[in-house]
Write a protein that binds this ligand. Sequence first.
Ligand SMILES: Cc1cc2nc3c(=O)[nH]c(=O)nc-3n(C[C@H](O)[C@H](O)[C@H](O)COP(=O)(O)O)c2cc1C
Length: 354
Amino acid sequence: MNDISKRKADHLDLAEKGDVGFKHTTTLFECVRLVHDALPELAFDELDTRCQLLGKTLRAPILIAAMTGGHERAERINRELAGIAEQRGLAFGLGSQRAMHRDRAKAKSYMVRDVAPTALLLGNLGVVQAASMSTAEVAELVQTVGADALCIHLNPAMELVQAEGDRDFRRGLATLERLHSELAVPVVAKETGCGLSSRAAQRLRSAGIRHVDVSGAGGTSWVAVETHRATDARKELGKAFWDWGIPTAASVALVAREGFESIFATGGVKSGLDIAKAVALGASAGGIARPMLQALESGGTAGALAFIEQIETEIRTAMLLTGSPTLAALRNAPRVILGELADWLRQEPNQASG
Ligand SMILES: Cc1cc2nc3c(=O)[nH]c(=O)nc-3n(C[C@H](O)[C@H](O)[C@H](O)COP(=O)(O)O)c2cc1C
């Protein structure tokens, strides 16, 4: 196994079994209370959970978020999860395609179109790698896997803790702007567990970006993952920044003010109720990474399917109990914002403009 494949295999092991959750920072979905409607006047089976995203219609607002690629285990995981996305009418994100850019033999582990011919498929590449590639090279990665859109991931916190990580994050915005204007598919600016602030969102909008995945704090801490892998002073650095990031619910609500076409709420999403709350805060869909991996690896395809079905049922239940026949109605459902989330929403924009 080369360095990238070894690192990706380590990531899967740590994400599946390791202590890589945030210690104190939560998503703050617990600060969102959707208001109960005792007279919903709706039939559970008639609720419409469909949504339009990046040119496709999803049967439910769920993304199986980017995780892997580049080795044999990744190939199995990608194919099984993509197959589930196809079967349930959901979106599926491939992991970083850097490995296949370096070595064409690795492309096989990202090929899922035969098992997911119609699912919304998102390609994936890090912004630092994309900065050093021509648009034609990036377009080739997208075309090879047949992706409908490309996630460009932003992960400065994780890179700083990783011994072999990137240190120079200049040209990030310019790269996103270039890919947005030159690629044939939409670009999704995606964090990886530290969230997007109002200021980051405003700069993305000014670069023309119309789609984001906030991937906020409260679920998998990628600083934690790299802290486990670190051996030197970076271990201490990782411990200090383990809980770094903007809680997912705060990030969704802040970013929703900036007029994006699509907002994926990834980061610590554990239930359909979390997704319903994210939609009420302005998200288009919820994304799930690590819990999906754990469901698959502990329960096989049947376990992963059961997990998704549970999430779907919870979304529908939240819709019925808030009197929301559609996701558009859920977006406007009455809610109460409590405590720390209310603090974020009151204070963060002032800092952005200051
Ligand atoms: C094993 C694993 C590998 C990941 N690899 C990638 C990746 O290659 N590219 C990316 O954008 N995000 C990657 N992520 C980040 C997730 O897409 C997601 O943003 C983050 O884990 C937070 O979601 P969660 O709390 O549901 O895990 C990975 C996550 C996991 C669990």
